[in-house]
Write a protein that binds this ligand. Structure first.
Ligand code: H2B
Length: 118
């Protein structure tokens, strides 16, 4: 059995999760929290990505948009030149869900592939 992860346990306790989520969701969220932040509402997670160029920021948004279409799950996000700010939350059932975590993990992989500003 995996050891309990103490990191960010306090934060995980404050999160407002959607109904009927897998039991390992708090641990999966905890692993994201060094780079993602709990939204003020406590119902979502946000991260700001900074790319070397606008072209790369746009490429990132294109990759994420295609995944949104595939998964039928959509972010609240904004773009300013080379920066993309992304928030994941679930409207129904309201709160943070496994879909948000999966999409956040996808964003991290896409950003890694494209390359963040050094
Ligand atoms: C009807 C359709 O399944 C819903 O509107 C989907 C679409 N995209 C969504 N995206 C997000 N982030 N949360 C949702 O609850 C959601 N619901």
């Amino acid at each position: 059995m995996a050891a309990k992860e103490p990191v960010n346990d306090e934060v995980a306790g404050e999160i407002l999760f959607s109904a009927n989520q897998p039991t390992d969701l708090p641990n999966r969220v905890s692993r994201l929290l060094p780079t993602w932040h709990l939204s003020a509402s406590k119902k979502g997670i946000t991260r700001e990505f900074t790319f070397p160029t606008f072209t790369k920021a746009w490429k990132f948004m294109t990759l994420v948009a295609d995944e949104c279409k595939a998964k039928n799950h959509h972010p609240s996000w904004s773009n300013l030149y080379n920066q993309v700010t992304v928030e994941w939350t679930t409207h129904r059932p309201e709160g943070l869900s496994i879909k948000d975590v999966e999409m956040a993990e996808f964003c991290d992989r896409a950003a890694d592939d494209i390359g963040l500003k050094g």
